[in-house]
Each structure stands twice: as structure tokens, then as C-alpha cells.
Design a protein around this ligand. Structure first.
Ligand SMILES: [Zn+2]
Length: 240
């Protein structure tokens, strides 16, 4: 599930998403393990992002989620926010009182979430949980069509490196596995067109053969600056 939150969302919005969407879905899904990819760039003092979470909020999130494993990820307010967030996170993981954990001082003040933003987050929560509750009634053919490939184009902006990427992606619609994918990509910096052929986890035999044939075809052409083959479970990542 991808739950988009508006810029400036604070603890109130984040915890609302946890309580209204994430926890009910986990209760339904009953995962064997819960891993929290504990990125911390949503903290209000983060220099790159534009969210308004607090160290206390991250601790509360951890207490609610009760993950089996926490993996530290992004977060660029390295010397100010991260020590506070991590203390809160570790205390919450250990089931200890984190109420004394403070917020870093000397940085920007934390702005509280506006009423209209709270309403916006509540609408997103309602929409996502409704999709989840009605997922078995969805007509996949209506969404993905009846052709062999689902296509999508997207523009991705990498704010850390100022790169705009254009992707055209083809996903093989397969009833036996998640389907292999072909992605054509170029960045506005180089304009060179590259391609990647990607196998899913546990591909069916037909998809594996078809993807391999597509890769062979692409590497023999000369329009592409680079062709990448990517296969989970394999250390082989061949490129040209
Ligand atoms: Zn397949």
C-alpha cells in the first residue's frame, strides 16, 4: 500500500494513518514478520524534506507498529534529529517509557498540522481502507486491459541529485507469476536511452524464457546505451 501524505503532515496525520489504515490491514493480513524501514526524513528539522513529524511521533509509531525488526534508512538532520528519534525508537522497541525524549533545539520550530490537512489525511485514509476492503471485487481486466502487457509512463525526480528520469514500463500480465518487466529509461542529463529487463521473485518458466529472449534482442540492437538484466536470487547482474 502506498499512502500519500501532504507536505507538512505531522504526528497527528501519521498516527491517524497507522490507526485507521496500517494496523487494520496488518490485522487482516497477519504477516509472519513486520519490518519497519525506519526512514527519518519526515522529521520537522530535516533539511531536505518538508514534513512535520517529531521524535515523540516516531516513538509512538514504533509502539503501535510493534515491528520485529527496525532498519535505519534515510534522514538528513544527522546531528540534530537522528539521535533524538533513535533514542525514542529504541525505548519504544524495548517497551520502555519514552515520554522524556525531547525534540532537538536550535533548528526550525515545529509547525502544527492544520485542520484542513487533518481532514485531507482522513480522506486519504478512508479511500485507502475502502480500496483494501473491496479489493476482491475489483475487475482487474477493466484496470489492466486484456492485452499481454500493461504499460505505464512516469516521470521521476531525484531531489538529491537533481535528475529527472523518464520511464516507459511494460509489465507482462501473467496468471502464473507477477510477470517480468521491461523498462526504457532516460535522464534529462544524458538523454541516452537505456533499458532494464527485470524478473520478479519466483517467475514462471514461460516468463523467464520470454524475458531472456527480450534481453537477447535488446543487447543485439544498437539504440540503447545500456541494457541491464536483473534477477532476484541471483548475484548475476549483467550489463553492457
Ligand atoms: Zn509468468
Amino acid at each position: 500500500m502506498n499512502i500519500p501524505l501532504p507536505p507538512g503532515t505531522g504526528d497527528e496525520g501519521m498516527l491517524m494513518v497507522m490507526e485507521r489504515v496500517v494496523l487494520p490491514i496488518l490485522k487482516d493480513w497477519k504477516p509472519d514478520y513486520v519490518i519497519n524501514a525506519a526512514g527519518q526524513d519526515n522529521h520537522f528539522s530535516d533539511p531536505i524534506t518538508n514534513m512535520s513529524f517529531s521524535a515523540q511521533g516516531y516513538a509512538k509509531l514504533t509502539e503501535l507498529l510493534r515491528p520485529d525488526l527496525v532498519v535505519l534508512e534515510g534522514g538528513y538532520s544527522i546531528e540534530s534529529a537522528l539521535p533524538y528519534i533513535n533514542v525514542g525508537l529504541l525505548l519504544a522497541l524495548a517497551g520502555l517509557d519514552y515520554s522524556k525524549v525531547q525534540e532537538p533545539s536550535g533548528g526550525p520550530d515545529r509547525e502544527s498540522q492544520s485542520k484542513s490537512m487533518t481532514e485531507q489525511v482522513a480522506r486519504v485514509c478512508a479511500e485507502v481502507i475502502d480500496l483494501w476492503n473491496h479489493r476482491s471485487e475489483v475487475d482487474l481486466e477493466e484496470i489492466f486491459g486484456t492485452t499481454s502487457f500493461f504499460q505505464r509512463k512516469r516521470q521521476i525526480y531525484y531531489d538529491t541529485d537533481n535528475i529527472h528520469e523518464s520511464q516507459h514500463e511494460y509489465i507482462r500480465l501473467c496468471s502464473d507469476c507477477p510477470g517480468w518487466r521491461l523498462i526504457y529509461t532516460h535522464s534529462t542529463k544524458t538523454r541516452d536511452l537505456a533499458a532494464a529487463v527485470l524478473l520478479p521473485w519466483q517467475p514462471c518458466q514461460a516468463c523467464r524464457v520470454e524475458a531472456r529472449e527480450q534481453h537477447e534482442k535488446l543487447i543485439t540492437g544498437d539504440e540503447l546505451s545500456q541494457v541491464i538484466w536483473q534477477e532476484p536470487f541471483s548475484n548475476l547482474r549483467q550489463s553492457r
